[in-house]
Design a protein around this ligand. Sequence first.
Ligand SMILES: Cc1cc2nc3c(=O)[nH]c(=O)nc-3n(C[C@H](O)[C@H](O)[C@H](O)COP(=O)(O)OP(=O)(O)OC[C@H]3O[C@@H](n4cnc5c(N)ncnc54)[C@H](O)[C@@H]3O)c2cc1C
Length: 436
Amino acid sequence: MGFGNKRIALIGGGLGGISFANAALYAGLENIQLYEQAPEFTEVGAGVNITKNANVILDAYGLKDAMRWKSSHEPPCYMEYRNFKTGEVFGQIDEFGNPSSRQIHRAHLLEVMKERVPQSTLNTGKRLTGIEWDAASKEYSISFQDGTVAAADIIIGCDGIKSAVRAHLGFADHPNYSGQMIYRGYVEYSDLSPVAAKELRKTVVYRGKQRHILTLPIGNEESKTARVGVIGFMTEPLEDWVSESWMAKAPVDKLAEHVEGWAPTVQEIIEGLRLNAERGPDKGLILKQALYVRDPIPKWYQVQKGEVGSGIILLGDSAHSTLPHQGQGTCMAIESGVALATILKNWEGDNLEDAFAFYQSIRKPRTDKVTKTSAEAGKLASADVPEGTSQDFNPEALRERMKWIMNYDVLKDVYEKGADFFEGSEKREGLIQAQL
Ligand SMILES: Cc1cc2nc3c(=O)[nH]c(=O)nc-3n(C[C@H](O)[C@H](O)[C@H](O)COP(=O)(O)OP(=O)(O)OC[C@H]3O[C@@H](n4cnc5c(N)ncnc54)[C@H](O)[C@@H]3O)c2cc1C
């Protein structure tokens, strides 16, 4: 039975929404429409790291070649840690096996994930303003700022950390300021000395006291997409922050002040950011964002009373935002997408509440744990310990504590735990076996 014939509205076309659109194609949900508020699909930031647990899913969608065309190709390790001042290497985290992590410009990842989604399902300029249940036609009526209205049986809120769908479900909680501002930009390899360019061909953390710089070797030479993505995590009081949107621009000098006296490569990074910022339209400015996260909530969904097949559910940052210190926000949205689409398509009965409850029972323990451990990882990365930047920091231990994230096969979990709810689920393979 399942919900394959239901009209599904996705609200939000960020990496979470677009990844669900792919999951729907993969699982065979045909009746979906995606509504994004922006006039076009776009992503800002400084590149993103997509790890093994999510890459197995994207590869199963058939996106491997397209993604690898614009992503890094097997950097020598997962992450290298260096002393902020001397630049000395503390140690490194090795990769977690194949497929290894891929670093890619956010806009390129969005392009790749849009490639297979039919244009007819993608709607831009659609800012959600209201959701109402229409008792006469037994469907949700979704209103947009441009005055248009759409109908759906199931609504999936992929509208990010400030989700309007989440507010509609009655969660009046406020996101928590993490204590850090993030500065984001790019450096061209050609703006670096050969020594620094070589050092930054891998993911590197310069670990300072309550601050760190993370660099990602995004893209590759072949497709002319190779650049260094730079994210500076800097402890700053929120009082200094004036932008309501949490995202604004700041002079490169603001970041430079935080890292005065840091290692020579860090100074080259600052100079590279400056050169790039000067060339761009924002003359000397880079992105600055207050880093927020929400506490986990008890329930991600609501079903329409008296209607077994209609309901609203959250996915991605709207449901399970996390600090980025294990590179998992997008990866969790990708995992959640394939889990939800598979459950909706293959559910044996017709009770949506049961299907949503099963979905949440699979996903929430994992995303709650990722949220908790990512906050802990942030303290380790920014040396939030009394001794500051002590050398007794053990990357191997960090690798151990992340293995459970990377070596996870979400569909295997769904099929194993869903054996009672899916016809033939015991015969299905998880993603990792299917690709061996
Ligand atoms: C500094 C930093 C680094 C990160 N690095 C990584 C990383 O390396 N790896 C990783 O996996 N994750 C990373 N993340 C996390 C990742 O960016 C997010 O988890 C991910 O983008 C969430 O996707 P989303 O689609 O749920 O939300 P968003 O990306 O916020 O997308 C929400 C979409 O909904 C739209 N929208 C909002 N409101 C409405 C409305 N009312 N109507 C219609 N549309 C609406 C928005 O325009 C947007 O397009 C990082 C995050 C940060 C801050």
